[in-house]
Design a protein around this ligand. Structure first.
Ligand code: ATP
Ligand code: MG
Length: 571
């Protein structure tokens, strides 16, 4: 046996080391019985936009931890900002989380369900002398707050008697005052080094309809006065956030402590950043609203609905999230890592078919006119269990324009006058000539075939170096094919020229539409969203929105690492 010594000892250690820091914290808490053996997480989106791949990291983490440790995970909408939030987003978020493969069971929660409780808690803090109504304007409040290097100044209303604050707070709720005229603020410390702790606003006046509570309220709690208590109400054990909330943790803890309620613990991890794209919902909204993309589900966007439409699978996204891990420092992941995760999944599951993106007509001169034969093609060369299908062959076929050259170096192993090439699953053909149009473009290639080479090998043992794909012209189906490139030209879209903004870095060539592509007849009834590998061209899906029987539309999800590269090295 060649087993390295102590393998069984070290593998247990390795397994522990492979756990990311949040898993390690959960395991420690479980071992110490910190929450009576409970693990309860939540994914807390604000319904002000569509989810993106960054959210997927948080979803996989929160739902993943719950699943791994036999716990629960809530889906909670942090809906405290009625002017930005809509039901459309709530529904889209639910769909995306479900699509990713996660289930919140009966634990669909809304911060807005806690508005009464939050109001009562605000009253409790006023009574305890821990909060006051402040009449400073937004502008003045900012001025009084100070800066990173200078302490703030106390508001002149800070020592207002609790009775007066209670009265004003009730009247704010009753709608007596216009927007922005008063706020409820926590009385903490205007000199705190953490600016978040300088008497933060708890409630603001906002005469706006809420997507769930309608016009019941005209004052709304701030996110910071809502988030920690929502976690407390739901008895969350591990409240997992991105790093930008680290500064807010002391404030969440302060509210919880002053209110004397159940205390979850917050842990922060690094948000996902990806090259050549961006994830701010505000910016994605701008791209959608200004028509730079076709909608939230534009396949070039990093939104989950965009990725889904592009042909991404839930498994690919989950595997990607697993691969990138969870850390405490910010970094940027290269887009190729995400694409690689998709390729790995589709390589396993996508049936192989032929698609000719830019067709060039080829006439096989010695093939009988009117003859059609059915040839057997494998659905997945490495997986015989995925079966075979019949593909028609006839005298006129299409090949890729790029697979023919009038003149070519010796190492171009595709079609060249006088040279022979293998048609995948069919015959050897030899190029005898070509036809050009007035513009000098090759519009037809002439060949002869060797009937002895049916199936792709010659009885005399002669070899050809190149294999190309093809489609019988009369049997093939016309299709629109959409090819995508990065949404931005620069890896960091914020890396702008003087005086320009990130919009200037949009890639003008991020979408290429081919309207004359051809696919094999077996795709006539392809289901919306179905995934295929077009051999040598990449992975494609049937566009779930625009594709119709008789008017097929395919999206290239991701290009291929050409598996036939070894026979084409000279390219
Ligand atoms: P954005 O900055 O894109 O507008 P957000 O943080 O405002 O996003 P929320 O709806 O508040 O969006 O996010 C819900 C959860 O998803 C939060 O816990 C947030 O930390 C997490 N999240 C958001 N963006 C990322 C990201 N890029 N990587 C990991 N987690 C993220
Ligand atoms: Mg946010």
């Amino acid at each position: 046996m060649n087993k390295p010594p102590n393998e069984s000892d070290t593998s247990a250690e390795d397994a522990t080391e492979r756990r990311h820091f949040i898993q390690q914290i959960v395991e420690k808490d479980l071992a110490e019985g910190t929450y009576d053996g409970r693990v309860h997480t939540r994914f807390p989106p604000e319904p002000n936009g569509y989810l993106h791949i960054g959210h997927a990291k948080s979803i996989c983490l929160n739902f993943g931890i719950a699943a791994q440790y036999n716990g629960l995970c809530n889906l909670r909408f942090d809906d405290t900002n009625p002017t930005k939030e809509e039901d459309e987003y709530v529904e889209a978020i639910k769909e995306d989380v479900r699509w990713l493969g996660f289930d919140w069971g009966d634990r669909l929660c809304y911060a807005s369900d806690y508005f009464d409780q939050l109001y009562d808690w605000a009253v409790q803090l006023i009574k305890a002398g821990k909060a006051y109504i402040c009449d400073l304007s937004a502008e003045e409040t900012r001025e009084y707050r100070g800066t990173l290097t200078e302490p703030g100044k106390n508001s002149p209303f800070r020592d207002r008697p609790a009775e007066e604050s209670l009265d004003l707070f009730a009247r704010m709720k009753a709608g007596e005052f216009p927007d922005g005229t008063r706020t409820l603020r926590a009385k903490i410390d205007m000199a705190a080094s953490n600016i978040t702790m300088r008497d933060p606003v708890m409630y603001r006046i906002l005469h706006a309809s809420h997507h769930r509570t309608g016009d019941a309220w005209c004052i709304y709690p701030m996110y910071d006065f809502t988030h920690g208590q929502s976690d407390s109400i739901e008895r969350i054990t591990h409240s997992i956030c991105t790093l930008e909330f680290e500064n807010h943790r002391p404030l969440y803890d302060w509210y919880i402590r002053e209110l004397g309620i159940y205390a979850p613990h917050q842990y922060e991890f690094a948000r996902l950043n990806l090259t050549f794209t961006m994830m701010s919902k505000r910016r994605l909204l701008k791209l959608v609203e200004d028509g730079h993309v076709s909608g939230w589900d534009d396949p070039r966007l990093p939104t989950l609905c965009g990725l889904r439409r592009r042909g991404y699978t839930p498994a690919a996204i989950r595997n990607f999230c697993e691969t990138i891990g969870v850390a405490k420092f910010n970094s940027t992941i290269h887009m190729s890592v995400l694409e690689g995760a998709l390729r790995d999944d589709l390589n396993e599951i996508a049936p192989r078919v032929s698609g000719v993106l830019r067709p060039l007509r080829v006439v096989i001169e010695n093939y009988p006119e009117g003859q059609v034969e059915q040839l057997t093609a494998q659905n997945h060369p490495q997986k015989p269990e995925m079966g075979t299908r019949q593909v028609p062959f006839s005298r006129v076929i299409y090949i890729e324009q790029a697979d023919f050259r009038e003149e070519a170096p010796k190492k171009f192993f595709r079609l060249v006058p006088g040279r022979e090439v293998r048609l995948r699953y069919a015959y050897f053909v030899k190029c005898t000539g070509f036809v050009k149009n007035d513009a000098g473009e090759v519009i037809e290639v002439r060949c002869t075939y060797d009937p002895e080479t049916r199936g792709g090998s010659a009885p005399d043992g002669r070899k050809v170096k190149g294999t190309i794909h093809w489609l019988s012209a009369e049997h093939s189906l016309r299709a629109e094919v959409r090819l995508y490139d990065h949404l931005f030209c620069k890896a960091d879209p914020d890396d702008c020229d003087e005086g320009k903004d990130w919009i200037s870095n949009l890639n003008p060539n991020s979408l290429e539409v081919l309207t004359e592509s051809r696919v094999e007849p077996s795709l006539a009834d392809a289901e919306p969203g179905a995934l295929y590998q077009f051999e040598r061209q990449g992975y494609f899906n049937v566009d779930p929105v625009d594709s119709k029987p008789g008017a097929l539309v395919f999206n290239r999800a991701v290009a291929l690492r050409d598996q036939w590269a070894k026979i084409e090295k000279g390219k």
